[in-house]
Design a protein around this ligand. Structure first.
Ligand code: CA
Length: 338
């Protein structure tokens, strides 16, 4: 009897733990509108996302702006608007332009800069629209304004990109971003603001040097991505995860580190990463769930159900927040009807 009670209790706990995974709008509703634009963020908000995610890079005058790349070439008309401003490698770097200059750019859906071809042909046409660069402050004000009128409490999930690069350009990224967040009331461990980075150093500094209590998530990549000098392989080990748990509240690994393949019978092969991290008290928010970029034969809803249910992640980064919200709602309704 006691054993059965215990089993029931554990099942109940498991249900609680996985009942409410976060839907994190990756660069806004970027499956529908050009990433990092106010339109994409407003759409993600309206689609029911719990968090709006901006990648952040810095302008020449030190303003955090919502962009993914160090360069502007794939997502703006910089080559036309500012000829002669490229570095020797032919690329136009965000950090070489003031905010006033960045505001003059037309931001568009991602292209291959050298051919002009759309990176995702099924998405918003790159030649359409008059979108502008968004600052961190503008994203926060959109979010907080919408929170006021809707009564919701949607959060922001900023990523500090390439902090070592920015340091070499004379910008101390954590020291710039944290005061902005604090000015808008993002203070303390229960604030609706999670800071993420692929580099451990800025997160460790935010926690230890700046003493922030904001939730921090360590993003995990692959060593062969060539993003930085971080040894990700070491971070996936039990020792590496334990070291992350010293300064961060969660991890953001690629989906492929969790769902590692399929057996001959099609059954999913699932690594121990989520279990290992959650056992250390870390939340797990894998990236990136794209409904329009799936391996052959994979159904998006079924993939999300696998991650929300069987695997039990704490949230997902997705370009299609509406679809993730719909899957989550359906699962919760099913659970409630039991
Ligand atoms: Ca990101």
């Amino acid at each position: 009897m006691a054993q059965r009670l215990m089993l029931g209790w554990l099942l109940c706990l498991a249900a609680l733990a996985t009942a409410d995974p976060l839907v994190i709008a990756h660069r806004g509703a970027s499956g529908y509108l050009p990433e990092h634009t106010l339109a994409a963020y407003a759409m993600a908000y309206a689609q029911g996302a719990d968090y709006l995610e901006p990648d952040l890079v810095l302008s020449a005058d030190g303003h955090p702006v919502a962009l993914h790349d160090l360069e502007l070439d794939a997502v703006s008309d910089v080559r036309v608007r500012f000829p002669g401003r490229a570095r020797d490698d032919g690329k136009h770097y965000v950090v070489d332009f003031t905010l006033a200059e960045l505001r003059q750019l037309r931001i568009h859906e991602r292209i291959e800069p050298d051919t002009g071809d759309a990176r995702y042909p099924v998405r918003f046409p790159p030649e359409l629209g008059d979108f502008r660069v968004v600052t961190l402050e503008e994203l926060i004000e959109l979010t907080q304004g919408l929170n006021k009128v809707t009564g919701r409490d949607v959060g922001i999930y900023p990523e500090l990109k390439f902090t070592a690069f920015h340091a070499a350009q004379g910008h101390d990224f954590p020291a710039i971003v944290l005061p902005v967040l604090e000015r808008y009331g993002y203070v303390g461990s229960d604030a609706r603001c999670i800071i993420q980075s692929f580099e451990p150093e800025p997160l460790i500094r935010l926690r230890e040097e700046f003493g922030t209590k904001l939730p921090l998530v360590q993003l995990l990549g692959e060593n062969d991505w060539g993003m930085n000098d971080v040894d990700y392989d070491a971070m996936y080990t039990p020792e590496g995860l334990a070291a992350i748990a010293e300064y961060a509240d969660g991890i953001g690994p690629p989906v492929t580190r969790i769902l590692t393949g399929r057996g001959d019978d099609g059954a999913p092969q699932i690594s121990s990463l989520v279990r290992d991290a959650q056992a250390l008290g870390l939340v797990v928010h894998p990236f990136t769930f794209r409904a329009d970029v799936l391996p052959p034969g994979v159904d998006f809803d079924a993939l999300l159900e696998l991650f929300f249910g069987t695997i039990g992640v704490d949230g997902v980064f997705t370009d299609h927040p509406d679809q993730a919200v719909a899957v989550r709602d359906r699962m919760q309704a099913r659970e409630a009807a039991r």
